[in-house]
Design a binder for this molecule. Sequence first.
Ligand code: DGJ
Length: 741
Amino acid sequence: MKKQICCRFTIKSLLIINLIIASNCLQAQVTTISISSRDHVILLQTDKNERLRTIYFGEPLNNESEYSAVADSYDFNDANAGIYNAAYTPAGTWNLSEPAIQVVHADENTSLELTYESHTVEEIDSNTTLTSILLKDPNYPFQVTLFYKVWKNENVIEQWIEIKHNEKKAVRLLKYASANLYFANKEFYLTSFHNKWGKEMQPTQEKLLRGKKTIDSKLGARTMLLESNNFILSLDKKASENEGTVMLGHLAWSGNFKLEFDIDSYENLRLIAGINPYASEYLLPNNEVFKTPSLIYALSNNGTGEASRNLHSWAKKYRLLDGQGERLTLLNNWEATYFNFDENKLVELFKDAKNFGVDMFLLDDGWFGNKYPRNGDNAGLGDWQENRKKLPNGIGYLVKEASKAGVKFGIWIEPEMVNPKSELYENHLDWVIRQPSRPEVYFRNQLVLDLTNPEVQDFVFGIVDDLFTQNPELAFIKWDCNSVIYNAYSPYLNKNKLPQSHLYVEYVKGLYKVLERIRAKYPKVPMMLCSGGGGRADYELLKYFTEFWPSDDTEPVERIFMQWDYSHFFPSIATDNHVTNWGKQPIKFRIDVASMGKLGFDIVADDLTEADMQFCKQAVSNYNSFKNTVWHGDLYRLVNPYENEIAALMYVDSDKSKAIVFNYLVNNRQNINVTERPVKLDGLDSNKRYTVKEINLSSGTRSPINSNKVYSGDFLMKIGVNPDINLHRTSVILEVTEVKD
Ligand code: DGJ
């Protein structure tokens, strides 16, 4: 029996479909589906019961017609507990391993079977295909469609699921993962990232052994406060920067998530990733579609470096808002003033911003609230009117004054939150997530607004809309989110007789709806995603944001490690780094570290010595000369600070004519000796000739590096260049420039 294959017709997709049909004819009743990028293929195949299984995840074969024979080389027919390699494992029938989906039908029946029905392959453009595979329950009008969007050249895959049914009443979805992958490799190494405030992205690498490893969040909002939705999976052996098969995984969801790694009895790996089913049973009415978030992953057979470059170039081209555009350097006043400022002080700071040479001044927390002025973090949140004492002439005046000083003006908001000490709380208790009959529990003295409620969505949209309507020249928004959801209970869901178990999912969807409206009206204005540091950074939100704040920890040595880890998943154009007073490093070191991303300052100019101020100005001007290479070039992580006394990272222009190399000392022991070996560069053209010049030198210092010497790219990549890092030269930036004849 041949299943119907429907397809939107493009010549290429017809070819693919023909291949699939051909393979069907050779092996009656077996459908083999290949989901291929340039260097990778996922093979799916039906078994004798029409269930779809993953039979291969690895390098593509030269001859596609051989795909249908792959499964014979493995033993995938375990009858003890169902089949482990189901492409999307249903619960309640034959499969007793961890399910990807679990439902209760309208008639209260808890069984689900999913068999292959048809699939389509759509060629979106020459680099992008979308494969959708329809699975149906033979006994119930219930269906699941698996989606695989592939960017061939970047080797990036985005996977999600759509669930739909036509049963008489709503179906209860108990678990509804985004992806269910299967890997039949020899060994698996997982790097997961663990977080807390000021210590985001702390990596742990482990060999996965039999049993289950779970990374998850149940925090509701600020969901990455403790664990990260990013992971690195090495297949067969530990991957290094330039060797090994590796997957960089990322769940693009801003709410509760769950990543389950399960080594089965064949020592193969099952990966199930998606929304955390914890307290999230979802009632799906008939004929409505439930779309899961996406699991996004970049693959490489040449180590984590290439996988990161793939993911970065995908993000910049296809995902991050304005990923190929420009960014604004800035002076922020958070650590310079905290809540203690007024109009006059700010106007003085505008002059400092101009003096530093940055593009913008960013006014942080503390500018609003009148009955309950926002003079600390315990009051005012929710009352988005300018505080009349601090800002008697309002935001409009500040925007104008900033413009007079020659800088743009941006502003901080935290629109999803409320302090109990606020007019908003007094007037709209029904907008607040809280258990009606229990004591309130606060995180940073605040509570979370009920974004499941369309009125709250209007309110949040209105905060941004009012700011832009009243101040059309407003250039930037920093959107913060400092609280988790305690006492999860939605007054809106209760009033509308909807299940409380929708809260975690509908909160996030409500947030996306607001951002969708903001971007429909204000498509371009840059916005920074912040969450009490880096409690929220995901590729669903980054459709709406141009950048994110990785951490409040700006101590520059710590920051080198953190930026190293974040750089696996996010391009530097998306990563905001500020020069602050954290740490004891000289201003040059702090600026050099912050320059590996979008540069900002959060320091008091008056506290700087004249020499340091001069250096800052020079450094901003230097940054402007190389920022395009950092923002738009390719990243090569050269020397790993976890394994060495120094760190080195390099950005190379796409035409390989210019590169910037950052080198830092990360160990301050007196007896350190790190000048013995050169740093090997990467990503250059072997046949081109280059000079290497040290830039951003502190005034009065001379570089030991001879900038007149000409090297071949070959030399620089095989022998390298010695940045001569030592206790007196702790940070060195090198500019590599092609010598044209
Ligand atoms: C947390 C952020 O991470 C900080 O940068 C700052 O904006 C504060 N919130 C303001 O309350």
